[in-house]
Design a protein around this ligand. Structure first.
Ligand code: ZN
Length: 198
């Protein structure tokens, strides 16, 4: 159904453009927000705008950050010789939670998907390759256990091996079809420990 208020309609339209939010959920959220106090809604709106203003990609690893390079890249405690390649910033948080990994990261911002026309130029692959100087000894591929993740792993393996860097992939502890970000700490920890050179 359509609301008589064009303003509500435009909120519903904006909310339903978000991933996983259908029109029904968008309607529920819009009505919920309408019932909340003005300050609470202002807090949400301001937080969204502040996020857009303050958060950007790290120019080295493409993690989300408010300072560039990001705290992970800048930390003197982290091993500079290992780069773990992941699809999304959420994967970085999942791996950090496992307390198993103390190297660098590189966020691709997606995975190869020929059906959706997502090719190498749509991901931060060139940027990964430009980071591979003599100080980098190993690249760990930690893609999601999906068809796209597998395609990306194969593609990167081929390229990286011609560059003479050691390449490994995380073990198959991650259930097939599931995203890294939903794996528990113990599973991620086992997957990293059991990584195999490819
Ligand atoms: Zn960084």
């Amino acid at each position: 159904m359509q609301y008589s208020s064009q303003t509500i309609e435009s909120v519903i339209e904006a909310l339903s453009s978000l991933p996983t939010i259908g029109r029904k959920t968008a309607q529920r959220l819009a009505l919920h927000l309408l019932r909340r106090p003005q300050e609470e809604v202002a807090r949400l709106a301001n937080a969204l705008l502040a996020m857009k203003d303050n958060v950007a990609y790290c120019s080295r690893c493409f993690n989300l950050t408010e300072s560039d390079p990001c705290p992970v890249c800048m930390s003197p405690k982290r091993n500079q010789a290992i780069i773990c390649v992941i699809e999304e910033p959420n994967d970085l948080m999942a791996i950090e939670r496992s307390n198993e990994y103390f190297g660098q990261y590189h966020v691709l911002h997606g995975a190869l998907n020929p059906l959706d026309n997502i090719g190498p130029d749509d991901l931060k692959i060139k940027e990964l390759i430009s980071r591979l100087d003599d100080s980098v000894e190993e690249v760990i591929l930690a893609m999601n256990a999906s068809v796209e993740g597998e395609v990306t792993t194969q593609y990167l393996t081929k390229i990286l091996k011609t560059l003479g860097v050691k390449v490994s992939r995380i073990a198959r502890g991650i259930p097939v079809g599931s995203d890294l970000e939903y794996a528990d700490e113990a599973t991620i920890s086992r997957a990293l420990q059991g990584r195999v050179e490819v």
